[in-house]
Design a protein around this ligand. Structure first.
Ligand code: COA
Length: 331
């Protein structure tokens, strides 16, 4: 019997309608469009403003789109994973809530937190349940409502992040298409440079933690930038080498959209022509777990069966990694 690989067979996505542009941010903090565009590549981001709406609502929209495209019902889903650091509640998991809202009565599910590498980790995790033969339909979501944990008085962070994400369906493939290889890494000693100080078991919420604005993202941008460039480039070139892929063999790079300069550096180390480097950072910013599935959602139509895709991420933890996919269908 031929080996089973896990192939992406459908994609859904969601971004809120409200746009927060660089010009809007100029009114909130001491910054300007020219600085943000040249330092990050971001022009605008989407913000989920409606009261009572949370990460699960965005994921529900994406999963419903994916089910419709594939022509299957929610009851056929075996497992649903949500990569996120901004679930609706501390517990239960966002995956539990999404399964309830879409009517995935036969699925089990869980959340996976790995900051900006969350979707990459979740994709590889979901793939294992397909490869082992245990499941036939696994949905992997990557979503964050970053506006819930961003301090809009802090110019170091509020210019970067936005809300949104996407979902993919994984199904078994016996023709050699799908997820071929992965390299996943982490180094928790990097946590001091990118984290949320309070709200966890170390520092539960108190009046003091709120007054000290400790429930927001804290980042030392320069240090994160340095580690992100080196590690994302290293892991992406490593996965090419061990799969004997030359730059000509790689059709597209889908890199975490944190900063255009980090993506450009990675592409340069991989020796890729600019047209192979997919980007949508200018319109969504950094959606944390959402960036890779949003790239799939935006660029799905240009992928051809057999294309070689390299995914790459770097994020808080630190966490980072790369996945090699042989694309499974023409849309
Ligand atoms: N608007 C205008 N000026 C700003 C600014 C802003 N929003 N933020 C910082 N500055 C200023 C600084 O005060 C500094 O001024 P100085 O030279 O007078 O001291 C100058 O711009 C340069 O600041 P610096 O922090 O060195 O900028 P940078 O080029 O490193 O860019 C980031 C800052 C955050 C965009 C960049 O470090 C970055 O992208 N880091 C990684 C982010 C990331 O990937 N995070 C998610 C991990 S997945």
């Amino acid at each position: 019997m031929s080996k089973i690989t896990a192939a992406i067979t459908a994609i859904g996505g969601y971004v809120p309608e409200t746009k927060l542009t660089n010009f809007d941010l100029e009114k909130l903090v001491d910054t300007n469009d020219e600085w943000i565009t040249s330092r990050t590549g971001i022009k605008e981001r989407r913000i989920l403003r409606e009261p009572g709406k949370a990460t699960s609502d965005m994921a529900v929209a994406a999963v419903n789109e994916l089910l419709k495209k594939r022509g299957i019902s929610a009851e056929e889903i075996d497992l649903l994973i949500v990569a996120t650091i901004t679930g609706d509640l501390v517990f239960p998991s966002c995956a539990n809530i999404v399964c309830d809202k879409i009517g995935a009565k036969n699925a089990w599910g869980f959340d996976l937190a790995a900051a900006c590498s969350g979707f990459l980790y979740a994709l590889d995790t979901g793939a294992k349940f397909i490869e082992s033969g245990k499941h036939k339909k696994v949905v992997v979501c990557g979503f964050d409502k970053m506006s819930a944990i961003i301090d809009y008085t802090d110019r170091n962070t509020c210019i970067i992040f936005g809300d949104g994400g996407g979902a993919v369906l994984l199904e078994p493939n016996e023709e050699g298409y799908g997820i071929i290889d992965s390299i996943l890494k982490s180094d928790g000693s990097g946590r001091e440079f990118l984290h949320q100080k309070a709200g966890g078991s170390l520092k539960p919420p108190t009046h003091e933690t709120i007054d000290a604005r400790e429930h927001y993202v804290y980042q030392e941008g320069k240090t994160v930038f340095k580690y992100a460039t080196t590690n994302m480039a290293d892991v992406s070139t490593q996965i090419m080498e061990r799969n004997n892929l030359t730059p000509d063999d790689v059709d597209y790079l889908l890199a975490h959209q944190a900063n255009k300069r980090i993506i450009d550096y990675t592409a340069e180390k991989m020796n890729l022509a600019p047209e192979k480097v997919l980007m949508n950072i200018e319109k969504y910013g950094n959606t944390t777990s959402g960036t890779l599935p949003l790239l799939f959602w935006d660029f799905e139509k240009q992928f051809k069966k057999g294309d070689n895709l390299i995914l790459a991420t770097f994020g808080g933890g630190f966490t980072w990694g790369s996945i090699y996919i042989k694309w499974a269908y023409n849309s």
